[in-house]
Design a binder for this molecule. Sequence first.
Ligand code: T3D
Length: 262
Amino acid sequence: MSYNSILVEQKNAICVITLNRPDKLNSFNTEMHRELAAELNRVAADPHCRVVVITGAGRAFCAGQDLSEKKFNPNDAPDVGKSLDEYYNPLVKRLRGLSIPVITAVNGVAAGAGANIALTGDIVVAAKSARFIQAFSRIGLIPDAGGTYILTHKLGEMRAKAVSMLATPISAKRAKKWGLVWQVFDDDTFMDDVMALATQMSQQATVALGLTKQAIHAVSSNSYDQQLDLERRLQGEAGRTDDYREGVTAFKEKRDARFTGS
Ligand code: T3D
């Protein structure tokens, strides 16, 4: 498939998606939404793809909604919620629901919905110079794309409210300290470091990683007993994979496992 607003590169089992509207700091217009959704659907159906990396072209990861597209009619208040129904909510649900790991590689500024899409990654990594800005309050909106959920869960109420209401930029260093980011890499080696991480993950037992993600996502709505039942069910699934047999065999033979993702 060929796209205008995103770039796609398949490197072995890694699918790298680059948001590619650098003159608009990779903010989302309708075309970019549609192309990203189409590519994520393709990836979900591609058994060769075992990790997705999402990053941005140029100096930004993503500046959220493209505000230059907005036109106001003096007699009619817009329903901004429609854009969430149509684009942002399906996008973040898709990322969380993918059965393979998603690495969001935050190469530069991530603002508005762009920040929250970044924080939706299963593994979030950032370049030293990256920053996260809940820019919504500056334009009279609230954090969306799962922002109120993620920020409150990860930062607690006080910090979630402060970064949202004040739109204070969070540096990569602080984001790591606060548990929003797994690792911070030097700007100069950023994509090499990201690809090393992605390569490692693409060679792991993919089904088990997907089931791990599913189990961890269920924690916030499950009781302890429900979570134990879920672990029992998902472990049953993991135990039926070829990769489980290979993992145990490799352990007994004192060699590295050669997982196939099945
Ligand atoms: O409406 C709905 O659909 C609902 C959904 C909402 C989701 C949302 O994401 S709402 C929040 C939208 N995003 C923002 O409010 C962020 C706007 N951008 C900024 O605050 C700043 O650009 C940044 C903090 C991200 C970066 O600042 P800085 O100083 O490094 O760069 P800059 O000079 O502001 O921007 C560089 C260019 O990118 C500039 O264009 P120009 O003047 O060089 O032609 C700027 O207009 C453009 N740009 C940046 N962000 C956006 C954008 N163009 C369109 N939309 C943007 N969001």
